[in-house]
Design a protein around this ligand. Sequence first.
Ligand code: ITT
Ligand code: MG
Length: 197
Amino acid sequence: MEQLIIATKNKGKVKDFRNLFSKYDITIKSLLDLEENIPDIEETGKTFEENAALKAETIAERFSLPVLADDSGLEVDALGGRPGIYSARFAGLEKSDQANIAKLLEELKGVPEEERTARFVCVLAVARPGQPTIFKRGSCEGRIANHPIGENGFGYDPVFYPNGLIKTMAELSSEEKNQISHRKNAIVQLEKWLQDL
Ligand SMILES: O=P(O)(O)OP(=O)(O)OP(=O)(O)OC[C@H]1O[C@@H](n2cnc3c(O)ncnc32)[C@H](O)[C@@H]1O
Ligand SMILES: [Mg+2]
């Protein structure tokens, strides 16, 4: 069984990745599992790719090991693509899922259902010491609910209806989310690399 470091401190992502990687017989170590406390990596990039590379390359250099990072977010069409790369800090730097959802619903007040289209985007970066960083992008199309429903998942899952479903992402089991998610759609593109790990 192989081990892969994921440069994240987000427990929701870690749960998704553990589940998504189980079929490749790969175990995950996140920054939350490491003995030493890794300071937060400032996400100063202007794109998902730049921020994913910052996270993956910083940790890969530090440990001289291959590292995967995920930079992801929600693009809402009626908001011109916001919150996008700012999804985690939409309502402020304390990164509260509840506050982010409240701000999103407030900004979308009065916007009719057909104009509430949105997508989750996930960019994965794989950094390996001395080699060029690889990027893969996945997305999941849907629309924004009028109020939060469901207890599973994290982030904006309670207000996101994936296309074709009458349940929000937070009403799906992990297995169901991981069949259709942006994260899954990015990971499948790494399949060849994962087999050679
Ligand atoms: O940077 P790391 O440590 O990985 O953790 P983070 O939460 O700060 O992660 P990002 O910078 O990539 O911001 C992504 C945000 O987008 C949202 N998001 C991403 N994937 C999601 C998902 O599967 N379900 C719900 N919300 C998601 C959620 O608000 C995340 O905090
Ligand atoms: Mg972050």
